[in-house]
Design a binder for this molecule. Sequence first.
Ligand code: ADP
Ligand code: MG
Length: 260
Amino acid sequence: MKPVLEFANVTVSFGGLKAVNDVSFTVYEGQIFGLIGPNGAGKTTAFNAITGFYKPDKGDILFYGESIVGKPTWWISRKGISRTFQNIRLFKNLTVLDNVRIALHQTARYGLFDAAARLTPRFATREEEVLSVSAELLQSVGLYDEKDKIASQLPYGKQRELEIARALALKPKLLLLDEPAAGMNPTETRELAKYIKEIRDRLGITVFVIEHHMDLVMTICEEIAVMDFGVKIAQGKPEDIKNDPRVIAAYLGQEVEESA
Ligand SMILES: Nc1ncnc2c1ncn2[C@@H]1O[C@H](COP(=O)(O)OP(=O)(O)O)[C@@H](O)[C@H]1O
Ligand SMILES: [Mg+2]
């Protein structure tokens, strides 16, 4: 198996707080890799370090063997790492199609369309090409029938799927999803699980998903790492993680706090 992302002994601090404390794990090509842990464990901070938003104090982050530490966020996304955020960030008053078109235009500004692909004889104008690629993308993720709907009118689960579709406009090799099932009911969560699996299976994209609740990751991830208070406390297959006493303790502590 080929390593896509190597997170090696990474520490990220905010003042005296080590939000990520000497954490290591490797995500392999074609995997759906999960990172779980109670609120405040340091999961989003890990994503922010990968995407170049925060610079680690220590450690290294390799993408296909190349260090991406200290590189600007646009460079990292151009290299092939795309992400979604914990809160939905769509243009709510625009259509589904327009949301994807805008994402593609942003991509073009980064020069992601290579010269060979740009304005092939199939397309008379740049806009025609963008429209065609947007339609293709929506088809590939099963949202094409929704293309003329206003984003805010989609059910919550579909808005999440659209957000993921926008992240795919950047043609990533690695897709980072930050709590994609947050606020979803069990039916929506099952639908999302199917959707994420299809992205991996059909588009061949490696997926790295953060979750606070365990349901989604347990069904879709082949490998799961667990963080608590900035430290990695466990890693393994879903069955092992579910039964790991350290993981159970971390989550029980959280439940006590939440109900207090
Ligand atoms: N920009 C920041 N400045 C200061 N503290 C932060 C910042 N971002 C995150 N933290 C702190 O780092 C810890 C980890 O946060 P975060 O990575 O968001 O956790 P998670 O995503 O696992 O819920 C928390 O204690 C949080 O308050
Ligand atoms: Mg978070």
